[in-house]
Design a protein around this ligand. Structure first.
Ligand SMILES: Cc1ncc(COP(=O)(O)O)c(C=O)c1O
Length: 457
């Protein structure tokens, strides 16, 4: 497959075509490729990535998108509907995060292009916040498990990152966090939940520390926000991580993950408009006209915003609760399935994203386990420090039969790891790609190859 996937089936475009091609041909190619690539998710074997998987929902969102796909939200006068969608998405998300509980109801927000942007913007804000207080060498304290989007933001904005340790339950170790805070700390960050293990950092204690030090606290709910928010209503013991905690100054939550919108949207909430104001960028005297921009992007698609809004208002609380109920239940069943094997253990106490690995006693390589699972078209995410896999449960995984299939395949995968002990695993810990270094070097995606060559069982 290499760097030219589909070269055996379709012409490779190497220079600008002189003449255009018929739309029908192009659509046929698009349909062929997307059908191949989407087939494993329909079987419910993908961790994360595809959050809704409801074809009818996607068709509806695509229809909504189509009405505004060409619209540029920057042109506010042309598209007042975008102002409505954006305001209402933020209002709904603030409500979900108990923004109304803030005295005076000051919680506000912005829409961004995704989780990474929703992590970078608050860092800019907290750097500016620090500057206003004379802090010229700002630092951010966060656990090692926090998402690299924060490292990226800190890198872009010249903020030092101080990485705190995690406990043996894989959440922020508060003693470690506390030891790293000093007079130049502008913010703390914690996750609800973390990408690697799906766990919720001790946000209440982080909030207390932020208040004690008079600094900011960002809660990364990019992955977990739109799923964990429903946990308490469903009767799960999900700790409070939102604006009910007075030290929380910003929260990110991705509409393009468990918000079930189309890819390219996320919500970033601030406790006060004063904080949000610090992310605005204004050039009053530019020859092109007074330039004002609320975030990093310039032009933005109205279609994505309309689709995020449509996802939220079409499902409503009841829709989200029903799906979340299925996801919490399935994740618990996956945890139980993993724990039923003496060679395996679950990391921490997850609600929706189950990280697991082999026990020390078993001496088995978790990536050999993964190799076998991949041959059965499962796509788990590989982790490191410690080596582990996670199964981030989404709606397609809640289909009947998926957990049973997982249990059966995991049993065989453990046997495979025993048989292959001492050999080098093909898979490894690669965020979002699931490929090995060898395969990256040769430009090959081993997992996609596996899904195309190994028939489903
Ligand atoms: C906890 C967490 N934060 C942030 C992100 C970044 O989101 P995005 O990929 O939309 O930029 C992710 C992505 O998985 C995540 O899991």
């Amino acid at each position: 497959m290499g760097l030219y996937p589909y070269a055996d089936r379709f012409p490779v475009v190497r220079d600008f075509p002189q003449q255009g091609r018929p739309r029908a041909d192009i659509l046929a190619e698009i349909e062929a490729m997307s059908e191949i690539e989407d087939s494993p998710y329909h079987e419910g074997k993908i961790s994360g990535s595809i959050y809704s998987g409801d074809e009818a929902h996607y068709h509806f969102l695509n229809e909504v998108f189509g009405h505004y796909s060409h619209a540029n939200v920057l042109q506010r006068d042309m598209y007042p509907s975008a102002t409505r969608f954006e305001g209402e998405i933020i209002a709904m998300t603030a409500d979900m995060m108990h923004g109304g509980a803030v005295p005076g109801g000051t919680v506000c927000g912005v829409l961004t292009s995704g989780g990474t942007e929703s992590l970078m913007n608050p860092l800019l804000v907290y750097r500016e916040w620090g500057r206003e207080r004379g802090i010229t060498a700002p630092n951010l304290v966060m656990p090692v498990t926090a998402h690299p989007g924060l490292l990226k933001g800190a890198h872009y904005f010249g903020i030092e990152v101080r990485l705190a340790e995690v406990t043996d339950r894989f959440v922020a170790d508060m003693a470690s966090v506390r030891s790293l805070v000093d007079e130049n700390t502008v913010a703390l960050a914690g996750s609800a939940g973390t990408y690697p293990h799906g766990l919720i950092d001790p946000i209440e204690e982080l909030s207390d520390l932020a208040l004690e030090r008079g600094i900011n606290l960002h809660v990364d709910g990019c992955l977990g926000g739109f799923i964990l928010a429903w946990g308490q209503d469903l009767g799960y013991d999900v700790p409070v991580f939102d604006f009910r905690l007075p030290g929380v100054t910003s929260i990110s939550a991705d509409t393009h993950k468990y918000g079930f919108g189309l890819k390219g949207s996320s919500v970033l909430l601030y406790r006060t408009p004063e904080l949000r104001r610090l992310q605005y960028f204004i050039v009053p005297d530019w020859p092109g006209g007074l330039y004002t921009s609320p975030g990093m992007s310039g032009s933005r698609s109205g279609g994505i915003i309309a689709a995020a809004w449509a996802s939220m208002v079409s499902l409503g609380r009841e829709g989200y609760l029903a799906i979340a109920g299925d996801i919490f239940r399935t994740a618990a069943e996956i945890s139980d399935a993993v724990r039923s094997f003496p060679e395996m253990r679950v990391l921490g106490d997850p609600f929706f994203n189950v990280a697991f690995t082999t026990t020390d006693d078993s001496g088995l390589d978790i990536f050999l386990v993964n190799d076998f699972l991949a041959s059965r078209r499962w796509r788990m995410n590989g982790l490191q420090k410690p080596s582990a896999l996670h199964f981030c449960v989404t709606r397609p995984n809640t289909q009947p039969g998926v957990v049973d299939r997982f249990r059966i395949d995991l049993a065989e995968a453990i046997q495979y790891a025993k048989d292959q002990q001492g050999t080098k695993a093909r898979s490894g810990a690669f965020y979002a790609s699931g490929v090995t270094t060898d395969q990256i070097a040769s430009g090959m995606s081993w997992w996609l190859d596996a899904t195309q060559t190994v028939p489903p069982t």
